[in-house]
Design a protein around this ligand. Structure first.
Ligand code: NAD
Length: 266
């Protein structure tokens, strides 16, 4: 775990005002990903931003500090490594205002058919997409309980609800279904501490996670299953995350919100 310090030296900002709060965003390193869009939108809305990714996010942190009147700090850690996660969140907490929101966005895809699946692949996906959400949430929740306030959003997938059907297969669906179970159980346990916990289930979003950029042919094929006549963009998911992390969402918890162009109606 390395702490990237490029953006910690923010000066004289509104972020220092009493009541200033920090949103932790995992998985924001990807240049066209949901995490980056989320971090930028939350910063635009006035959140101070703590970034955690397996890849360095110091450039994004510097970009946020330069563009918005907030603090940003980034740490590099693998979400599937619990001790590294705990150290990384310790760093974020010591560098930033109180941790009040968490967006669990880091994740990996896995297109391997079940009968070709190795044990290593199974554990890689579960460790990142489910255990990683638990490790980050567990550490951040400890801080939220101390402050008696919190908003947690974790990214599931329509893959959990439909048994795959887009790109990733079994371990991905299992991990993302686990995120929904984790969300509901935590909503119940953390509710008395004024912490809400929700999940978002995106449908196909135009990022790199489905094996690289989407060709026009793949976009057409993926759109055929949708009610809205387009593939989703990272901002579609980021805006839903921002709402669920806002004070306005205080009566919503244990919920899974589909951002999927109508792919899964239930
Ligand atoms: P992406 O590949 O662009 O971004 C994933 C990010 O997670 C990257 O920044 C990567 O570095 C980080 N990451 C991966 N493994 C990590 C680890 N072990 N520790 C820390 N960080 C790690 O993908 P995206 O589409 O932006 O995906 C974001 C989330 O949305 C993922 O959880 C994904 O499963 C979920 N999702 C995406 C789609 C879609 O169609 N794009 C649909 C449903 C759900």
């Amino acid at each position: 775990m390395n702490a990237d310090t490029a953006a910690e030296n923010t000066a004289d900002h509104a972020a220092d005002a009493p009541g200033a709060r920090t949103a932790v965003v995992t998985g924001a390193a990807s240049p066209r990903g949901i995490g980056r869009a989320t971090a930028l939108l939350l910063a635009e809305q006035g959140w101070n931003i703590g970034l955690l990714d397996i890849a360095p996010c110091d450039t994004l942190a510097a970009e946020i500090v330069a563009a918005y009147n907030v603090k940003a700090f980034s740490v590099t850690a693998d979400v599937s490594d619990e001790p590294a996660v705990r150290t990384a969140i310790d760093h974020l907490e010591s560098a930033l205002p109180p941790l009040a929101a968490l967006a669990n966005i880091a994740g990996v895809s896995s297109p391997v058919p079940y009968l070709e699946l190795t044990s290593d692949e199974w554990h890689r996906v579960i460790n990142t997409n489910l255990n990683g959400v638990h490790y980050v949430t567990r550490r951040v929740a400890e801080s939220m309980v101390r402050h008696n306030y919190g908003r947690i959003v974790s990214i599931s997938s329509t893959s959990a609800q439909r048994g795959g059907g887009t790109y990733s297969k079994t371990p991905y669906s299992v991990a993302k279904a686990g995120v929904i179970g984790l969300t509901r159980a935590l909503a119940r346990e953390l509710g008395p501490h004024n912490i809400t916990v929700n999940a978002i289930a995106p449908g196909p979003i135009a990022t790199e996670i489905m094996g690289g950029p989407l060709t026009p042919e793949r976009r057409t094929a993926l759109t055929a299953d949708l009610v809205v006549n387009r593939i989703g963009e990272p901002h579609d998911v980021a805006s839903a995350i921002a709402f669920l992390l806002s004070d306005d969402s205080s009566y919503i918890t244990g919920h899974t919100l589909n951002i999927d162009g109508g792919l899964y109606m239930h």
